[in-house]
Design a protein around this ligand. Structure first.
Ligand SMILES: CC(C)(COP(=O)(O)OP(=O)(O)OC[C@H]1O[C@@H](n2cnc3c(N)ncnc32)[C@H](O)[C@@H]1OP(=O)(O)O)[C@@H](O)C(=O)NCCC(=O)NCCS
Length: 185
């Protein structure tokens, strides 16, 4: 099988352009995990929904170390949204060629609450999807916790449609049903 594999494994030089003045996308590696903690703390609402307790240092590190079944860090990509002051105010974690070649899996999209509702996530996704096409991808998939109604509405607004339901999965003290969504690029 030939996998869509235009870029090597993640490093700090892997980024994509976005049409957001004052922001940049930065490729993140595991050593950047401590820089994400402030963002996670600002997004406690989501972390509590996800795992039943507020974020700790392990949560940011886990982002770089959790892979879909049968996958490794070779196909893990974590992008940070950096403000003009250098602060990480958003992040997008994804896995290349999952669940199949030319499909990318979005593990998490997280925006600082102060930035939400200003089309920043929408613009970030548009830039990401354009870049994915240059990488030979033709599909994006993700799972939303059934409890995350706002997240579901966001992804539906970006053209994602329900593929199947999955779960239950246990994360921290929580048990989740999942809604798996997908869209063509
Ligand atoms: C989901 C999330 C990334 C959206 O970020 P955002 O920057 O506020 O989204 P945008 O402002 O770009 O919104 C884009 C569209 O989605 C809609 N949308 C965003 N959040 C919404 C919400 N809570 N309820 C309903 N619609 C919403 C907006 O109205 C907008 O619609 P429009 O295109 O018609 O104007 C952000 O709320 C977040 O970080 N949530 C916590 C983490 C999460 O749930 N991630 C998704 C699961 S992986």
């Amino acid at each position: 099988m030939t996998l869509a594999c235009h870029v090597p494994a993640m490093d700090r030089t892997t980024t994509f352009p976005i049409s957001l003045s004052g922001f940049d996308i930065e490729g993140l590696i595991e050593a950047d995990a401590p820089r994400l903690i402030q963002l996670y703390q600002g997004c406690s609402d989501y972390i509590v929904l996800e795992r039943g307790h507020p974020p700790d240092a392990a949560v940011a590190l886990e982002e770089f170390r959790s892979f879909p079944p049968g996958r490794t860090e070779a196909d893990k990509f974590v992008f940070g949204l950096k403000s003009a002051t250098g602060e990480l105010v958003g992040m997008l974690a994804c896995d290349r060629n999952y669940p199949q070649a030319r499909s990318w899996w979005i593990a998490l999209l997280l925006m600082d609450p102060a930035l939400r509702g200003q089309s920043v996530a929408k613009t970030l996704c548009a830039g990401f999807f354009s870049w994915l096409k240059t990488q030979g991808a033709d599909r994006v998939e993700l799972a939303v916790f059934a409890e995350n109604k706002a997240g579901l509405r966001f992804w539906e607004g970006q053209g994602f449609m329900l593929v199947r339901t999955a779960g239950p999965v246990s994360i921290g003290t929580k048990q989740h049903s999942l809604q798996v969504l997908a869209r063509a690029l």
